[in-house]
Design a protein around this ligand. Structure first.
Ligand code: ADP
Ligand code: ZN
Length: 614
């Protein structure tokens, strides 16, 4: 079905139709625009932060500047060129004058004329472009799949960074201990591909870095390249999406060919969801192109299996849920690395990385700043330091940054963040801490057959305010009644803790109840785990109940009984261990994320102690 559709879609794009001429014109203009942009970027001009610019002016290191609107282009006395963006330039006249900087002002609108000329030129050249387009398209026999399209359209747009230009290594990434640990294998493979070849070991070729923007996915990928000392091809998923069917696929092919040539090497695909969305989910014609691109990506990754070149593909996304399942199969992106919002300790470490080049007032307590910035991403923290430095130099004309500068910067960033994400009040945080502590405690006190506790966090993520993770020790194919009961009790632990401590009922436990109810219903309907209903499967067939109303009522009663019984026992368990609950909740408020071992130590219990819940 799908392939048929493909062919049809391709035909509408075959050369010759009047539609294509319009396409060609638009395309050519775009191309030219892009080209100028690219050459613009490739100029050797350092882009420096505004704060650095001011500092350089004060040091007398700046020779001359040209100001156009908020853009500043300038030259240092040592001949190097730079550019920066300024807030309000009228305030800088005196500063520039006192430090003897030559300055001139350009009318920002005059740069438009450049674009006018560009447009004119491209329209004049359009006939030529059309001729080229038709000739090339014909030559390659249809538009699908051909890599040699006009003007290198099928060439990959990836930026290549040679090892000598990559300054990042694992030390540049603060916190993210788990992610770094996971990526060590990858580095080792890139460094010693021969070893792996000799051993015939299966290694991961694709790693999915999962996390919200600004938490260091790109940074980690570059750090891997830095550690392995190998070339780094960087591209964004959206770079593959084009109007023309086949161009994206050709770019993928070209990118992988280049990477193979440069092997050992790394391909980094940012925002992979742009190409990797599950197939058949697009609207209109655009998705046909994306499917081909995705298929090409899958083909290239499967190719690794036979060719053995040490090329690793790292891909970043914050939407793993929308990815096509085919991408996640073994041999493709079969490893997932979480890059979460930083916890308290990580935030402190990230801040310490970013204040390295800044003069700090000695009274500034970084730990305190870290404590006051829950929910900040790594990028937010970098921004915080930058803003604080600007506050110090611009607003207060000081050279060292003090705590007030940080407070001001934080308020400003928070204001921007509040619009986008939930910010927890102290009260919310406290409730969440007790709630998660409740889950964790139940899990800890459960006997050996349940999944061991892994970590607990009260850092909000998506809709969840906190999460308690357990890690299965092995794949489980069957569960006993006991295990299912324990699972339900673990689900209810959050609410039980809330009820005991705050003595009121809150809405946060909805998804816990849903999960618990589902398990209980399965016990009753599928596994015959109740005495009253016996070993019968009560299923729903295509939405229709295949059992009587009376049975339905019985089922509901049984489910309710199980849940109520479980809740009672869970509540009692929490009461009996209130002291531990308090301890754990308070520790969570302090640390935000805790691993099982820390919790065992804190509570003084041996791992997997055989406590009986009955
Ligand atoms: P992502 O790719 O996840 O959107 P980036 O890697 O682009 O995030 O991070 C943006 C910036 O935030 C980085 O360049 C760095 O300055 C800062 N940053 C993020 N995470 C960290 C970290 N763990 N340590 C140090 N800096 C970080
Ligand atoms: Zn919960």
């Amino acid at each position: 079905m799908r392939s048929k559709f493909n062919k049809k879609a391709k035909q509408t794009l075959n050369p010759g139709g009047p539609k294509n001429i319009v396409f060609a014109v638009v395309f050519f203009v775009l191309c030219l625009g892009l080209l100028t942009k690219l050459t613009d970027y490739s100029r050797k001009v350092a882009n420096i932060p505004y704060s650095a610019f001011l500092q350089k002016v004060e040091e007398g290191a700046v020779k001359a500047v040209n100001i156009s609107g908020q853009d500043v282009y300038g030259e240092f006395k040592d001949g190097n060129k730079f550019e920066t963006v300024i807030g309000d330039y009228t305030k800088n006249w005196d500063l520039l004058r006192t430090h003897g900087v030559e300055f001139s002002i350009a009318n920002p609108s005059s740069s438009l004329s450049f674009w006018h000329i560009l447009l004119l030129v491209s329209f004049l050249m359009t006939p030529l472009a059309i001729w080229y387009f038709i000739k090339q398209a014909k030559g390659s026999g249809g538009s699908g799949g051909s890599g040699g399209g006009i003007f290198n359209m099928g060439k990959s747009r990836a930026k290549l960074f040679m090892p000598s230009t990559i300054k990042e290594n694992f030390n540049s990434v603060a916190g993210a201990t788990e992610a770094k640990e996971e990526l060590k294998d990858v580095v080792d493979f890139l460094k010693n591909p021969e070893k792996y070849k000799r051993l015939g070991a299966k290694i991961t070729r694709g790693v999915l870095l999962i996390g919200e923007p600004g938490n260091g996915k790109t940074l980690l990928a570059r750090a891997v390249a830095g550690e392995a000392n190998c070339p780094f091809f960087s591209v964004s998923g959206s770079d593959f999406i084009e109007v023309f069917v086949g161009i994206g696929a050709a770019r993928v092919r070209d990118l992988f060919a280049q990477a193979r040539k440069a092997a050992p090497s790394i391909i980094f695909i940012d925002e992979i969801d742009a190409v990797g969305r599950h197939r058949g989910s697009g609207l209109g014609g655009g998705h046909d192109e994306r499917e081909q691109t995705l298929n090409q990506l899958l083909t290239e990754m499967d190719g690794f299996e036979t060719t053995n070149e040490p090329v690793i593909v790292l891909a970043a996304t914050n939407r793993p849920d929308v990815l096509d399942k085919a991408l996640l199969r073994p041999g493709r992106f079969d490893r997932r690395v979480d890059v979460p919002y930083p916890d308290l300790v990580s935030r402190e470490q990230i801040l310490n990385v970013h204040i390295k080049n800044i003069k700090m007032d000695p009274t500034v307590d970084i730990k305190k700043i870290a404590r006051g910035t829950p929910g900040f991403s790594g990028a937010d923290l970098a921004n915080l330091v930058n803003e604080a430095a600007i506050n110090a130099s611009k607003q207060h004309d000081r050279s060292d940054v003090n705590i007030n500068d940080f407070e001001e910067a934080r308020d400003k960033i928070l204001l921007g963040k509040e619009l986008k994400t939930i910010m927890l009040t102290e009260e919310d945080k406290k409730v969440t801490a007790y709630h998660e502590a409740g889950h964790a405690l139940v899990r800890l006190l459960q006997p050996i057959d349940t999944d061991p506790l892994y970590k607990v966090t009260i850092i909000p993520r998506g809709k969840a305010l906190g999460v308690t993770h357990s890690l299965p020790e092995r794949e489980k194919y069957t569960s006993s009644k006991e295990e299912m009961i324990h699972e339900i009790q673990m689900c209810l632990g959050g609410r039980a803790a809330e009820q005991l401590i705050f003595n009121k009922l809150m809405t946060g436990a909805y998804s816990d109840f849903k999960a618990a109810t589902e398990i209980a219903r399965k016990m009753v309907c599928f596994y015959g785990m109740t005495d009253n209903l016996g070993p019968v499967v009560y299923s729903q067939n295509q939405g229709e109940f295949v059992y009587s109303q009376k049975t339905a009522e019985k089922i509901d009663t049984e489910v309710q009984n199980i849940l109520e019984d479980c809740y009672k026992k869970t509540y009692q368990l929490i009461i009996d261990n209130k002291e531990k609950l308090e301890k754990l909740a308070n520790a969570l408020l302090e640390k935000e994320t805790m691993y099982a071992s820390e919790i065992y130590e804190l509570l003084g219990i041996t791992p997997r102690q055989d406590f009986k819940l009955n």
